[in-house]
Design a protein around this ligand. Structure first.
Ligand code: HEM
Length: 149
């Protein structure tokens, strides 16, 4: 019970950190940014990366560690698999913005860098997909989408 509670807590605070960091990145993005500002966004992006790992660890442990429901409750649920797919998709979409922030943060902090439109679009898409996932989580936790016996 205590372990399950802790894992759920970790799962939730990681979600808050992910939502907060992505929303902040979106707010801070501008067509033209100094390398100094890109450095700040890169730090926020690192928070997103770490939170994704803790989220994944807590989620996998809740699923396969059987601290609450049996693993099959999730393994045989197509809504759960859709949730995982969206999470992985967000991770894939984040690769290009992350590489852009890391590559452009170094150098003269006053130098102006043009931010490609695709970086804005990818961060927006990540946020959009992120807001769908809690709905899927709520459904699958109640057994909707279960296809086992
Ligand atoms: C951004 C990604 C994610 C979000 C927003 C998210 C959201 C949530 C939410 C809101 C719940 C609570 C559901 C409820 O009790 O009604 C939950 C539970 C859970 N999540 Fe996630 N989750 C994410 C990623 C993951 C991943 C990657 C995994 C597994 C690898 C995972 C596994 C689980 C499990 C096993 C539960 C427990 C469900 C239950 O109460 O039976 N989640 N998630």
């Amino acid at each position: 019970m205590t372990t399950e509670l802790f894992l759920r807590y970790l799962h939730f605070i990681s979600i808050f950190a992910i939502a907060g960091s992505l929303a902040s990145e979106h707010m801070l993005l501008q067509k033209n940014l100094t390398r100094g500002s890109i450095g700040k966004i890169a730090k926020i992006d690192a928070v997103y990366g770490i939170a994704s790992l803790t989220l994944l660890t807590a989620g996998l442990t809740l699923w396969l560690g059987e601290f609450g429901k049996p693993a099959i409750f999730y393994s045989k649920n197509w809504i759960f698999h859709t949730k995982l797919t969206l999470f992985l998709l967000i991770g894939l979409l984040s690769i290009y913005p992350t590489v852009f922030f890391i590559r452009n943060r170094k150098g003269n902090p006053e130098e102006i860098i043009r931010v490609p439109k695709s970086v804005f679009m990818l961060v927006r898409l990540e946020l959009l997909l992120l807001f769908i996932i809690p709905l899927l989580a709520g459904l699958m936790s109640r057994g909707v989408g279960f296809f086992g016996n």
